[in-house]
Design a binder for this molecule. Structure first.
Ligand SMILES: Nc1ncnc2c1ncn2[C@@H]1O[C@H](COP(=O)(O)OP(=O)(O)OP(=O)(O)O)[C@@H](O)[C@H]1O
Length: 292
C-alpha cells in the first residue's frame, strides 16, 4: 500500500538552525496520525514540508506516492492559524471551495455549517477564533481529500467542540478513503482520535508507529538496582531512573521479559509519550500538556 507520507533523511534549516533533522518516516494509508511534541519541536515545519509549502534543506518527502506539493487536489491542509479571508462571508468561503476543488462535497459543507450554527452571511473576520477554526476545518473536510493535514486543528475549540470534531474525523476516516495527520499538544486528543503516533522533540523524530504496536512493545520494569548496560540486548532503554536500591526502566522490546527480578507493567500512551519527550537534555526539557 502506498505510504501517505514518506520522508527520507528529511531536514530543514532556518538560517543556521535545524528545525527538522534526519527525519525518516513511512506512514501507511488509513490512519489518523497524531504528531506530538513541545513548542518549537518542528511539527509545523514537517507539515509544511509535506504540503510543499517549504522546500527541504536535506533529504526528501513524498506524499501519496508523489512529490510533496504536486498532490494539491488530493491533500487538504489546514495551517496552524486557520487561514480564512476576513472580508469574505462563510457562504463565500464555501463557494470558493466549490470553485477550487474538483471533489468538493457541498452537502457536507452546508450540513456542517448548519450544525455549527454559523451564520452563512457572517464575515470570517467577525467570527470567533474557534468558529474560524471550524470554518477552516469544514473547508478541509469538504474538499474530500485523500490526506488531510491539520496543524493543531482543535487548539481553538472548546472541549465539547474538540471532542465532536475528533469524532467527525474518525468517522470520515472509517467511511471514506481518508488519512489524517494532525499535530497536537494534547495526549488526550491523540488518545481519543489517533491510531498512529509520531513524537517529535528537538527537531528529531523520537518514535513513530501504530499506537497498538507501540503500547504492546513498551514496558516499565521495576526491580533491584541495575545498570542499563546489564539489560538484554533486545531491551532498548527509553528512560531510566534509580534510587540507591531500586531501578525503573521504560524499555522497548519485541521479546518476552523473562527475568523474574522485575515487576513488569504496561505503559499508558501518556507514559510512552512523556518518556520519549523526556529524552532531550534537561535544559531543553519539553512541557507537554496533559488535559482531560
Ligand atoms: N520562518 C522561520 N524562520 C526561522 N525559524 C523558524 C521559522 N519557522 C520556524 N522556525 C523555528 O524552527 C523551529 C521549529 O518550529 P516549528 O514551528 O516547526 O515548531 P512546532 O513544533 O510546530 O511548534 P509549535 O508547537 O509551537 O507550533 C523553532 O525553533 C522555530 O523557532
Amino acid at each position: 500500500m502506498t505510504a501517505v507520507l514518506q520522508a527520507q533523511a528529511l531536514g530543514k534549516k532556518y538560517g543556521r538552525r535545524w528545525a527538522l533533522t534526519d527525519c525518516d518516516l513511512e506512514v501507511p494509508a488509513g490512519h489518523v496520525v497524531g504528531l506530538v511534541g513541545p513548542n518549537g519541536a518542528g511539527k509545523s515545519t514537517l507539515l509544511n514540508l509535506s504540503v510543499g509549502m517549504l522546500t527541504p534543506t536535506a533529504g526528501s518527502v513524498e506524499v501519496l506516492g508523489g512529490p510533496a506539493g504536486a498532490q494539491q487536489a488530493k491533500v487538504g491542509y489546514v495551517a496552524q492559524d486557520t487561514p480564512t479571508y476576513s472580508r469574505l462571508s462563510v457562504a463565500d468561503h464555501l463557494k470558493l471551495g466549490a470553485r477550487l476543488n474538483p471533489e468538493w462535497d457541498d452537502s457536507l459543507a452546508q450540513q456542517r455549517i448548519q450544525h455549527l450554527q454559523l451564520d452563512p452571511k457572517q464575515r470570517a473576520g467577525k467570527l470567533s477564533g474557534g468558529q474560524r477554526a471550524q470554518l477552516a476545518l469544514t473547508l478541509g473536510l469538504a474538499k474530500r481529500p485523500e490526506l488531510l493535514i491539520l496543524d493543531e486543528p482543535v487548539a481553538a475549540l472548546d472541549p465539547l467542540a474538540r471532542r465532536e470534531f475528533l469524532q467527525d474525523l474518525m468517522e470520515a476516516v472509517a467511511e471514506q478513503e481518508l488519512s489524517v495527520v494532525l499535530s497536537s499538544h494534547l495526549v488526550s486528543d491523540v488518545e481519543r482520535a489517533c491510531d498512529y503516533l509520531i513524537v517529535l522533540v528537538g527537531s528529531r523524530v523520537q518514535v513513530s508507529g501504530e499506537i497498538d504496536t507501540l503500547l504492546a512493545t513498551h514496558y516499565r520494569l521495576v526491580g533491584p538496582r541495575r545498570d542499563a548496560k546489564n539489560l538484554p540486548r533486545d531491551q532498548h532503554v527509553v528512560s531510566e531512573s534509580h534510587t540507591d536500591r531500586q531501578s525503573t526502566f521504560l524499555i522497548r522490546t519485541d521479546q518476552p521479559i523473562l527475568d523474574p527480578a522485575w515487576t513488569v507493567s504496561q505503559l499508558t500512551l501518556e507514559d510512552l509519550v512523556l518518556a520519549y519527550m523526556g529524552r532531550t537534555a534537561p535544559t531543553e526539557r519539553p512541557v507537554l500538556e496533559v488535559q482531560r
